[in-house]
Design a binder for this molecule. Sequence first.
Ligand code: PMV
Length: 337
Amino acid sequence: MTATARAHPNIALVKYWGKSDTGFNLPATGSLSMTLDVFPTTTTVTLAPERDADVFTLDGVVRTGIPATRVTRLLDVVRAAAGSTAAAVVTSHNTVPSAAGLASSASGFAALAAAAAAAYGLDLDERGLSRLARRGSGSAARSVPGGFALWHAGDDEHSVAERIAAPELAMVIGIVDRAEKPVSSREAMNRTALTSPYYPAWVTSTAETLEAACEACRDGDVTRLGRIAETNALRMHAAIQACDPPIRYLTPASVELFDRIARLRADGVEAYGTADAGPNVVAVCRPHDAAAVAAVLADVTEVVVAGVGPGVRLLDDTERIDTERIDTERLDGAEPA
Ligand code: PMV
């Protein structure tokens, strides 16, 4: 009747940007990500058959409108599979600024999928959970297996993420802006597909890029993987900027971070930039270079260093979180234990 799950956000090295099916949230191309070991989301789902509607609380605030609708839509998928009509109370705690292009929807929907499946009594394996999380938010499919995750394009049954072996990497996250982004990734993705003349080229080039990235992972080739990641991210932003009306997520501070990353490379420290649908820039590097990279980016903005994080998991009773403590730790900027 009640279950709690925790998931971590992921940052794509080869991005997901565009759908082949909006109803099932199927991607136009496959993508590849690294799950982070920072900024987890912890979500509890409790069945509430006495209520006539779901209740969704995020970081201590009851949410209505689009965020609540998205939660209910995912719960509807679970209820249909479980043969239940019971409403649920969903309580979620983010440790990452929500909707700031820091992948809170990935950790959020991965945690919700796992907690909801358990609360409604669905017995899903990792593939099943990844498939379910995908329905909430595409990138959430990759936070289910964790580590380096390859999310396949395909139909509803086959479009799931699986873990692949890859060279050890660190990500230095430059938090340019914690504010909510002005255009959601959902809306921007849709507009890109409908109005950007570069969208078809984005789709064909990304499919090729993904193959090259998987090969670089197999070879343990950080240089190749890093170059691929930076090029792929800038191609995504080019396609987005060519929308009508245009959307520009990168700010002057974001561009300054990309410049500093290029300068680091010129000075012999290998780092590569990437950015999701927001102004924050993430430097991808070898773990032993992370401190040097962080020092250079910290002049411009707040930075957080992340390593490779785990997949989604259910928390047992002894781990059940004192929600007050999570909120306090979040406000202090620390990661909850
Ligand atoms: O999962 P969504 O619908 O929030 O889309 C995520 C899109 C990007 O973060 C920009 C790219 C990606 O692959 O994560």
